[in-house]
Design a protein around this ligand. Structure first.
Ligand SMILES: NC(=O)c1ccc[n+]([C@@H]2O[C@H](COP(=O)([O-])OP(=O)(O)OC[C@H]3O[C@@H](n4cnc5c(N)ncnc54)[C@H](OP(=O)(O)O)[C@@H]3O)[C@@H](O)[C@H]2O)c1
Length: 266
C-alpha cells in the first residue's frame, strides 16, 4: 500500500529551480486556504478513498470533506465505536455521504493484513489512500518522503498509473494539536468535532478553522486536478515544498524500502 496516492497527469517542463519558484505560486492556494477552498467545485463521485485514523483531527476533517464531494470514504480506524459515531455525525450532516467504517490498527501487521483482505473482498476500487496517523516524529517524517519517492520509482518501473506523495499538514496545523488537547482532553469524543462550526465563541471557532486548514493539503493532494500525474513530491501549505536533503537521498530511500520489505515479509 502506498502513502498518499492521487490520480495525476501534469507534466513539468522547467528546470528544478524554476519549478520550485513556480510551485510557490502555482497552486493559487496558501497556508490559510481551507480544505473547502482547495476542493471547491471538484466532484469526487465514483472515487473510493481509504482514510486511516479518520476518527479525529486531520483524518476526521479529511473524511468529512472528501465525503461532501461525493467520494466514498472507508474510514480505517482502530476504535470502531468512535468510527461509527463519526460516520453517523457525517451522514446526519450530509445525508448523501457514502462512508464505511472498517477496523485497522496500524501498529499491528496482523490487523493490517486482515484489513487488506477484507477491503479486497469488498471489491471496492481504491483510488486514494490517505495514510494519515503517524505519531512518531524525528526520522519518521523524512522516512515518509523517502518512501513516497521510492514508491514512485517502483510505480514508474512497473508502468502502473499510480502516484504517491508525502505531505506536511502545514504550520497552522501545529496549533490544532495544542488547542485540540486543551479543549478535549487526551481522549476527546470525536463526534463532537462535527458540530464545531455550530458552536459559538472565538476560541472554538478558531479551533474549527485550524482543523479545516490542517486538512487542506491532504484534500488538495487527494482531489485537485493540478496534482494529476505528480508523484514522489513533498507538499506543504497546498504547494510543492522542498524537503531537507536527508529526505532527498535516493540511496537512503532504497535502504528504507529494503528494510521495510524485510519487516513486512510474511
Ligand atoms: N496536528 C498537527 O499539528 C500536525 C502537525 C504536523 C504533522 N502532523 C501529522 O499529520 C497527521 C495527522 O495528525 P493529527 O494530529 O490529526 O492526528 P494524529 O494524532 O496523528 O492521529 C489521530 C488519529 O489517528 C488514529 N490512530 C492513532 N493510532 C492509530 C493506530 N495504531 N491505528 C489506527 N489508527 C490510529 C487515532 O485513532 P483513535 O481514535 O483510536 O485514537 C485518531 O483517529 C499525523 O501523521 C501527524 O503526525 C500533524
Amino acid at each position: 500500500m502506498c502513502m498518499y496516492p492521487v490520480i495525476c497527469n501534469v507534466v513539468f517542463e522547467h528546470t528544478q529551480l524554476v519549478i520550485m519558484e513556480w510551485m510557490l505560486w502555482a497552486s493559487g492556494f496558501s497556508a490559510s486556504s481551507t480544505a473547502e477552498d482547495v476542493t471547491q467545485g471538484i466532484d469526487g463521485t465514483g472515487l473510493t478513498s481509504i482514510v486511516t485514523g479518520a476518527t479525529s483531527g486531520i483524518g476526521f476533517e479529511t473524511t468529512h470533506v472528501l465525503a461532501s464531494h461525493g467520494v466514498h470514504v472507508v474510514m480505517a480506524v482502530r476504535n470502531t465505536k468512535s468510527g461509527k459515531k463519526v460516520k453517523e455525525a457525517i451522514v446526519n450532516e450530509i445525508p448523501t455521504a457514502k462512508v464505511d467504517v472498517m477496523e485497522l490498527d496500524l501498529s499491528s501487521l496482523a490487523s493490517v493484513r486482515k484489513f487488506a483482505a477484507e477491503f479486497i473482498s469488498s471489491s471496492l476500487p481504491l483510488n486514494i489512500l490517505i495514510y494519515n496517523p503517524i505519531y512518531a516524529y524525528g526520522q519518521s517524517k523524512p522516512a515518509n518522503i523517502l518512501h513516497a519517492k521510492e514508491l514512485t520509482k517502483h510505480f514508474k518501473e512497473s508502468g502502473v498509473n499510480i502516484t504517491a506523495n508525502a505531505l506536511h499538514p502545514g504550520s497552522i496545523a501545529i496549533n490544532l494539536l495544542r488547542y485540540h488537547n486543551i479543549i478535549n482532553g487526551e481522549n476527546p469524543d470525536p463526534s463532537k468535532l462535527v458540530y464545531l462550526h455550530h458552536f459559538t465563541g472565538f476560541f472554538v471557532q478558531n479551533l474549527a478553522l485550524f482543523l479545516i486548514q490542517g486538512a487542506a493539503t491532504t484534500c488538495y493532494v487527494s482531489l485537485h486536478p493540478q496534482i494529476k500525474g505528480v508523484s514522489g513530491e513533498y507538499f506543504m501549505d497546498n504547494n510543492i515544498a522542498q524537503p531537507n536533503s536527508y529526505a532527498m537521498n535516493a540511496e537512503l530511500a532504497k535502504e528504507l524500502w529494503d528494510i521495510s520489505l524485510t519487516m513486512v515479509a510474511p
